[in-house]
Design a protein around this ligand. Structure first.
Ligand code: AR6
Length: 171
């Protein structure tokens, strides 16, 4: 297993699957979700529309769904809706579940490499330090030891938070 911390745009990641910090409707949005849909083109939205919806919800908070990746270099996009920090009593459980479900879907679909953004650390309001500790804890579990995992962080401060958290756990 390798865990790489990269400062940059996740849409350029040449991996089997990139993870999208989506919302439960899974039909696009701002932030990294908007960047991924822009780079992938309309085929990604078509793929998302095929995912079964219940009352408009394709991906409940803390869950993950997989689609093909349109024009992106990756084969798949794994969409997860991380927690809205201030709406949850136990946001860490929801964030942990987002990372775990994304990794499990990647493994189940034969992926060996996966790229994550800082899920919930933008408009969903999660503290970067707390989120980095959870993300790295899940990703360093032995069940994912076959995976090459990279984190694409936007901006120097987010990159530094993730770098320090990875040094703390020796990843
Ligand atoms: N590559 C890597 N990281 C990025 C990129 C990019 N191209 N663009 C932004 N980030 P956010 P959330 C960083 O708000 O908090 C959407 O509207 C960004 O700087 O994208 O999970 C969805 O549709 C931040 O550090 O996701 C949902 O409604 C991190 O990615 C909602 O936002 C996550 O910020 C999800 O909110």
């Amino acid at each position: 297993m390798t865990i790489s911390i990269i400062k940059g745009n996740i849409v350029s990641a040449e991996v089997d699957a990139i993870v999208n910090a989506a919302n439960p409707m899974m039909l696009g949005g701002g932030g990294v979700d908007g960047a991924i849909h822009n780079a992938a083109g309309p085929k990604l939205l078509e793929e998302c529309r095929k995912v079964k919806a219940v009352d408009g919800v394709r991906c409940p908070f803390g869950e993950a769904r997989i689609t093909l990746a349109g024009d992106l270099p990756s084969k798949f996009v794994i969409h997860t809706a991380g927690p809205i920090y201030h709406n949850e009593d136990e946001p860490h459980k929801v964030l942990e579940s987002s990372y775990r479900q994304a990794l499990q879907l990647a493994l189940a679909n034969g992926c060996r490499s996966i790229a994550f953004p800082a899920i919930s650390c933008g408009v969903y309001g999660y503290s970067a330090e707390e989120a980095a500790a959870i993300a790295l804890d899940v990703c360093s579990r032995s069940e994912y030891s076959e995976m090459d995992i990279s984190f694409y962080l936007f901006g120097t401060s987010m990159y530094e938070v993730w770098t320090e958290a990875s040094q703390r756990i020796g990843a």
